[in-house]
Design a protein around this ligand. Structure first.
Ligand code: FAD
Length: 468
């Protein structure tokens, strides 16, 4: 009996030790490791899998989606059927010109042209997977309406994440949640040889691979990091997900990778003063205006984000309200959230709204009245706003106090048109790719709204093709 017991204990101990040893020293291998499951990483994983590669997709959070799932306003597409149906004339050169103007010409123009060239194909790819991108609107800095979003103006990010995640699942891609990439290893020739992972149990393991795609997003969720790269941003709220902690910086620190434009960090002009939540640009695109605490408009509400942010910060007490009405709300389903969550002040009349905001009633009424006149005549004589979508006539009326907040990191890993990571000498690093907000150089000094999702999908797909 005693012998049997000792034997059982011994067998159990050996099994436990083997299990622990196996799990500690476990080395797997695959053809491609994609790091990060936002729009860019999932696009890369799907495309790589479509090419026939074995893929492991790592995601450090317990869910996919990163910053992507927060996106509301839309994705830019040049020359969509929607534009054609509405008689909107767009072109590659008009788009490129808008992007360069917004980026103060610090963009890599070839990459911007690639975005334009690949946008129709990105739309088809997403639509074929079932994405609803049936509504169109204009965002700040665009010459024409070209930003697509789901029907009725529903948020775009959750729709894109939905279709990509469904595809990842239906293709049986090996998606590992709560699995954080902690290092990318290279051999003596500088070629990628492995990715190290920390899993949900705190266990580290290694995946052997010749190809790593970094799609970890930006660093707008880390105040330490954005203040480190741009000290002017001290004290700013952020619109970003807590997952956006710039992990790409640590992952490439020993790989001689070029990081570019790291101090170029975009502030979004309309972030809720009270809640720190992004108030989508589409509200202004669909007819909202901005007033200061004197009840006056002070800028073209659709000028580029960097300029409008500066204009807001220059207002008395930096106190600014975004004003819209029921007609704007009805045109944009995503705006319902601000009312349901009671972020917006609500009033049946403009007089009542002025009172709640504590701005001078007569000045406010006259501001709105002259704005409605500009809409009727099609010309904004005060600030030259190009798009005058609808009058603010019928109530209820809404006001949200806004302030600029950290929104998007233009800087990151330098890539070429094949999404290959570029080293300090200007050469691609064999087997290392990057895409999405973890990369830099495309958007210049100031990203045009709606271009990040396009960038994430276009270069994610290109990365997944591994230079082919
Ligand atoms: C509130 C808000 C609204 C926006 N609206 C729009 C819009 O309307 N249109 C537009 O074009 N852009 C918009 N943007 C910007 C856009 O959403 C993002 O820039 C874009 O989605 C980034 O995609 P990505 O795949 O590169 O990164 P993300 O979507 O952030 O995904 C990165 C993923 O990588 C994971 N990850 C990070 N580090 C690791 C690691 N070490 N190991 C494993 N996983 C890791 C993260 O958890 C995350 O899931 C908005 C952004 C915000 C915050």
């Amino acid at each position: 009996m005693k012998k049997k017991f000792t034997f059982a204990v011994l067998t159990l101990s050996i099994s436990v030790i083997s299990f622990l040893l196996y799990n500690t020293l476990k080395v797997e291998s695959t053809e491609v490791v994609v790091i990060g499951a936002g729009a860019s990483g999932m696009s890369a994983a799907i495309e790589a899998s479509n090419q026939g590669y074995d893929v492991i997709l790592l995601e450090k959070m317990p869910y996919v989606g990163g910053n992507t799932v927060r996106a509301t306003a839309g994705i830019n597409i040049v020359g969509s059927e929607k534009q054609a149906a509405l008689g909107i004339v767009d072109s590659k050169s008009l788009f490129v010109n808008d992007v360069l103007t917004s980026g103060h010409s610090e963009n890599n123009q070839l990459m911007v042209e690639k975005l334009a060239d690949e946008s129709a194909s990105a739309l088809k790819w997403l639509s074929d997977m079932g994405a609803d991108l049936d509504d169109i609107g204009i965002l700040a800095g665009h010459s024409v309406a070209r930003t697509l979003r789901p029907s009725g103006g529903q948020p775009v990010g959750s729709e894109i994440v939905r279709v990509l995640k469904d595809k990842v699942d239906s293709m049986r891609i090996d998606l590992r949640l709560e699995s954080k990439a902690t290092a990318i290893l290279t051999d003596a020739d500088g070629k990628i040889k492995a990715v190290e992972v920390l899993d949900r149990t705190g266990r580290s393991y290694t995946i052997k691979t010749s190809n790593a795609i970094i799609a970890t997003g930006g660093f707008g969720g880390s105040p330490e990091m954005y203040v480190y790269y741009n000290q002017k941003l001290k004290g700013y709220k952020t619109t970003n997900s807590p997952s956006a902690t710039g992990d790409f910086v640590g992952l490439v620190q020993d790989l001689n990778v070029q990081l570019v434009d790291m101090s170029y960090i975009q502030t979004h002009p309309t972030v809720s003063y009270e809640y720190g939540m992004l108030i989508t640009e589409a509200i202004r695109g669909n007819g909202g205006i901005l007033i200061n605490n004197k009840g006056l408009r002070f800028a073209d509400e659709l000028e580029n984000r960097d300029l409008l942010s500066e204009d807001i910060l220059a207002q008395p007490n930096q106190e600014v309200f975004l004003i819209f009405n029921e007609a704007v709300k009805a045109s944009l389903a995503s705006s319902n959230d601000y009312i349901n969550m009671e972020i917006a002040l609500t009033a049946d009349s403009l007089e009542e709204l002025a009172e709640i905001m504590r701005v001078d009633r007569q000045t406010f009424l006259s501001t709105v009245s002259s704005y409605n006149g500009f809409v009727a005549s099609g010309e904004d004589h005060d600030f030259g706003r190009r798009s005058l979508e609808r009058k603010l006539e019928e109530g209820p009326f809404y006001a949200i106090q806004v302030i600029p907040g950290v929104h998007y990191c233009m800087g990151g890993i330098l890539i070429d048109e094949k999404a290959r990571a570029i080293d300090e000498n200007g050469a691609p690093i064999p087997g290392l790719y990057a895409s999405g907000e973890a990369t830099g150089g495309i958007h210049g000094l100031n990203r045009l709204g709606g271009n990040s999702l396009l960038d994430a999908v276009v270069f994610g797909r290109i990365a997944g093709r591994l230079s082919k």
